[in-house]
Ligand binder design. Structure first.
Ligand code: NDP
Length: 329
């Protein structure tokens, strides 16, 4: 396992990490989750990603029970939570001081840890001043309840505002952002955030590296049984998949799969290794609904060297997803 600095911070995360969205509780019980977490940890993974909203808190409970049972030394792994969607009441959602504080305490209880290594603002809250959010996060840092805080799917302007406020009032700035990044979704990481990487040393923990499973090529003949897109609660993924854009992704994956065969690697490894090629990515958060999937995905780093610049160009030709601003450049 290779380790990368989380942006300009000194914290080194495994370049492949493991997350629990959709899977923990809906597809995996505690024993399957434990098997996956142990497999990841034994392979060198040191970051486990979670959020208050995942399975309405059950995902964190499962992870917390596993962490308690495996008894890994607390200084050998990092665990995260994310705050935003905690419930239906106005006090239970958003990024105001009350919800940030309540949600942190609740996540600590569910995960059964004394502090969170990484704590994310799961989306921007345009009804709360960014200054209030930065102050609330800084408070939790000062109290030792979180070590690093960051954002997820904020705009570059919002993140830059957070840096500015932190500087102005001598508060802890954000360290990392959690954006979607995969072969079909590149704009934020490859264009919008560029100055933040250069000027602020922003780290990234990227999500959905396989576009929810589409980049495995298993959707080529329709939606496979027991896959994520058959789950009722995630109907929005199925609708997106069935749209013309979704079907275009399936077709591009089919062509990419043919190309990956020429290279002698799997489409799964090609897609994950492609994310790892980007030096602005601190860690690629893997998702898996079984331990076999996870074992397969953990081997992706072995093929990074096969993605030469010629190969990367060929991939761009097939997928046609390079941010438009770069093409116009
Ligand atoms: P992926 O895009 O990699 O999708 C993972 C899913 O793809 C698996 O659960 C499985 O679904 C399928 N899959 C993965 N590997 C294989 C394989 N080898 N063979 C066949 N199918 C496979 O990642 P996720 O979307 O799960 O995102 C990863 C993590 O990122 C999450 O767990 C979460 O921690 C984080 N995240 C953060 C978000 C945010 O807003 N900050 C949003 C979303 C995710 P199945 O078997 O059901 O088909």
């Amino acid at each position: 396992m290779n380790y990368r600095r989380l942006g300009k911070s000194g914290l080194k995360l495994s370049e492949l990490s493991f997350g629990s969205w959709v899977t923990f509780s809906s597809q995996m019980d505690e024993s399957a989750a434990a098997e996956c977490m142990k497999t990841a940890y034994d392979a060198g993974v040191n970051f486990f990603d979670n959020a208050e909203v995942y399975a309405s808190g059950k995902s964190e409970e499962i992870m917390g029970n596993v962490l308690k049972k495996v008894k890994w030394p607390r200084d050998t792994y990092c665990v995260s939570s994310k705050v935003f969607w905690g419930g239906e009441k106005p006090t239970q959602r958003g990024l105001h001081t009350k919800h940030i504080t309540d949600a942190c305490h609740a996540a600590l209880r569910r995960l059964q840890v004394d502090y969170l290594d990484l704590y994310f603002c799961h989306r921007p809250d345009r009804q709360t001043p960014i200054e209030e959010t930065v102050r609330a996060m800084d408070n939790l840092v000062q109290q030792g309840k979180i070590l690093y805080w960051g954002t997820s799917e904020w705009s570059a302007d919002e993140i830059r505002a957070a840096y500015g406020l932190a500087r102005q009032y001598n508060l802890m700035p954000p360290t990392m952002e959690q954006p979607q990044y995969n072969l079909f979704h590149r704009e934020k990481v490859e264009w919008e955030y560029l100055r933040l990487f250069q000027d602020e040393g922003l780290g990234t923990t990227i999500w959905s590296p396989l576009a929810s499973g589409v980049l495995t090529n298993k959707y080529k003949d329709g939606i496979p049984k027991e896959s994520r897109m058959t789950l009722e609660e995630y109907d929005f993924l199925k609708r997106r998949h069935e749209s013309p854009q979704g079907q275009d992704c399936v077709e591009k994956t089919r062509r990419l799969t043919e190309f990956s065969k020429e290279l002698g690697i799997s489409i799964i490894h090609l897609s994950l290794a492609w994310c790892l090629k980007n030096p602005d990515v601190s860690t690629v958060i893997l998702g898996a609904s079984s331990v076999d999937q996870l074992k397969e995905n953990l081997k992706a780093a072995d093929v990074v060297e096969k993605l030469t610049s010629d190969v990367m160009e060929r991939i761009d030709e097939i997928v046609q997803s390079k941010p438009k601003a770069w093409i116009d450049w």
